[in-house]
Design a binder for this molecule. Structure first.
Ligand SMILES: NC(=O)c1ccc[n+]([C@@H]2O[C@H](COP(=O)([O-])OP(=O)(O)OC[C@H]3O[C@@H](n4cnc5c(N)ncnc54)[C@H](OP(=O)(O)O)[C@@H]3O)[C@@H](O)[C@H]2O)c1
Length: 387
C-alpha cells in the first residue's frame, strides 16, 4: 500500500503517520507538507518521530513539499512521477481554527484545498481509497443533549457554531460529488484532547481550553452536559484499524460514545484532585457568561447576580494582573463553552461492531490524569491570543 498523507505535521496526522509507518502492509508514505526546502521538510517529519522516540524510516517516509493554497497544485501533483503509484489518500490537513478572523483561510484550505486533492486523486491509475478525516461536529448546533448517529450528517440545513464545521460538512459533500461511494472512507472523530499515554501530547489546542477552565474555576457552562472526547493515540489507532478492516459502511464516528463520555463536572473532579490549591470548581448557569464578560470590562452594575460570588471575583482579581486578560481568555474560550453546552455524544456502535479490534476509548476524566503535568505548563495567555 502506498499512502499519500496530508496534515502529517498536525495533531492527528502526526499520530497517524507514526502508526502507519509501523505497519508492514505500508510500503511508502508520501507526506504532503509545507516547507521552504527539502531539508526543512525532512526535519519537520523527523521531529514528529523524535517527540516520542519513535523510529523514523527514511526509506518509507517521503516528503512531498506543497501547499493547499497553491493554484498550480493539481498540475504539480500530476507531474510528480514518484507519487503516481499512490493507492490510498489520507486527507488530514485542515485549518481547524474557530476564530472568525480565519474564516476565509478555513474555507480556502478545507474546501478549496480538498477539491484540488480530489481532482488529482481521480486521475491516479491505482487509486483505491480516499480516507477523509472529517469531524463528528458537522452535525451542527441544532442537535442538543442526545446521541448523534452517522446517518444524520451531512445535513445541508444544519446550522454551525463556527465556519470550520461548516467547511468540513461541505468537504464531505465534495467527496460524494467527485468519487464513487466504494472509494470513499470518512472517519469522523469527536473532540480529540491530549494523549492517554504519559507522553507530551502533540497538540495543546483542546488542553488549552481545559487549562483555561481550570484557571477560571467559576465557569458558566452546563457541567452535566455529556462531552464526547477521545485521546489522539486512540483516534489514530482506531482510524488505522478502520482503514485495514473489511468495512460494511463508509462513514464512521471515532468517538467515546455513551459508555466513555465525560462532562465538565467529571473533568473538574479530576482537576480538583490534582490542583488542590485552587478554589473548588463552580459551574453557575450558562446565562451568567454575559455578566462575567461585563465584569471583565468593568461595566457590571452592582445589583447583578455575579457579585454574589465574591470568592471567585477576589480570586480573579488576584489571578489576573488586568481584567483585560480575562476578556481575552473568554473570547478564546467561548466557542468551546458553546460546544460543551450542546451535550452531543456521537454513537460509536458502528465502529465497534464493524471493527471488533477497536475497543471502547478510555474516558477523558480518567486519562486526563496523564496530561496534568502538561496542562500545568500551558501558556494560557499565549494560547488565547494565538488561536
Ligand atoms: N483535533 C480535533 O479535536 C479534531 C476533531 C475532529 C476532527 N479533526 C480533524 O482532524 C484533522 C486534523 O486536525 P488536527 O487537529 O490534526 O489539526 P492541526 O493540528 O491544526 O493540523 C493541521 C494540519 O494541516 C496542515 N495544513 C494546514 N493548512 C495547510 C495548507 N495550506 N497546505 C498544506 N497543509 C496544511 C498543517 O500543516 P502545518 O504544520 O504546515 O501548519 C497541519 O499538518 C482535520 O481534518 C480536522 O478537521 C480534528
Amino acid at each position: 500500500m502506498n499512502i499519500f498523507l496530508t496534515g502529517a505535521t498536525g495533531f492527528v496526522g502526526g499520530e497517524l503517520l507514526v502508526n502507519l509507518s509501523q505497519k508492514a502492509e505500508v510500503e511508502k508514505i508520501y507526506c504532503f507538507l509545507r516547507a521552504s526546502s527539502d531539508e526543512e521538510a525532512l526535519k519537520r517529519l523527523e521531529n514528529i518521530f523524535t517527540l516520542h522516540d519513535d523510529f523514523f524510516d527514511a526509506e518509507k517516509i517521503i516528503p512531498v513539499i506543497g501547499d493547499l493554497f497553491d493554484e498550480d497544485l493539481i498540475k504539480s501533483l500530476l507531474t510528480n512521477k514518484m507519487i503516481a503509484d499512490t493507492n490510498v489518500i489520507i486527507h488530514s490537513a485542515a485549518n481547524t481554527s474557530f476564530s472568525k478572523i480565519y474564516n476565509d483561510v478555513v474555507e480556502k484550505v478545507n474546501i478549496g484545498g480538498l477539491e484540488k486533492i480530489l481532482l488529482w486523486a481521480k486521475q491516479l491509475k491505482h487509486f483505491e481509497t480516499f480516507l477523509y478525516i472529517g469531524t463528528a461536529t458537522i452535525c451542527g448546533n441544532d442537535i442538543k443533549l442526545r446521541i448523534v448517529h452517522e446517518d444524520e450528517s451531512p445535513n445541508i440545513h444544519a446550522r454551525h457554531l463556527v465556519k470550520y464545521t461548516y467547511t468540513k460538512m461541505q468537504g464531505e459533500l465534495l467527496l460524494h460529488r467527485h468519487l464513487p461511494e466504494e472509494k470513499i472512507l470518512i472517519a469522523r472523530p469527536s473532540i480529540i484532547m491530549g494523549d492517554s499515554r504519559q507522553v507530551v501530547p502533540r497538540s495543546p489546542v483542546i488542553l488549552w481550553a481545559v487549562a483555561t477552565i481550570n484557571l477560571l474555576r467559576f465557569v458558566p457552562v452546563n457541567a452535566d452536559a455529556s462531552l464526547d472526547m477521545i485521546p489522539v493515540d486512540y483516534a489514530a489507532e482506531a482510524i488505522v484499524k478502520l482503514l485495514f478492516a473489511n468495512r460494511k459502511n463508509n462513514v464512521y464516528h471515532i468517538s467515546s460514545g455513551k459508555t466513555s463520555a465525560t462532562s465538565a463536572h467529571l473533568l473538574s473532579v479530576s482537576l480538583d484532585n490534582y490542583f488542590k490549591d485552587k478554589p473548588r470548581f463552580y459551574f453557575p448557569d450558562k446565562s451568567l457568561i454575559n455578566q462575567v464578560k461585563l465584569w471583565a470590562k468593568k461595566r457590571l452594575t452592582e445589583e447583578c447576580e455575579l457579585f454574589a460570588y465574591g470568592e471567585y471575583l477576589d480570586y480573579w482579581n488576584k489571578t489576573f494582573t488586568h481584567p483585560g486578560e480575562l476578556r481575552i481568555l473568554l473570547a478564546g474560550l467561548e466557542p468551546y463553552l458553546e460546544f460543551m453546552n450542546l451535550g452531543q455524544v456521537f454513537d460509536n456502535s458502528r465502529l465497534l461492531e464493524d471493527v471488533p479490534s477497536v475497543k471502547q476509548s478510555p474516558p477523558a476524566h480518567v486519562y486526563i490524569n496523564n496530561c496534568m503535568k502538561f496542562i500545568e505548563k500551558i501558556d494560557i495567555m499565549e494560547g488565547a491570543v494565538n488561536p
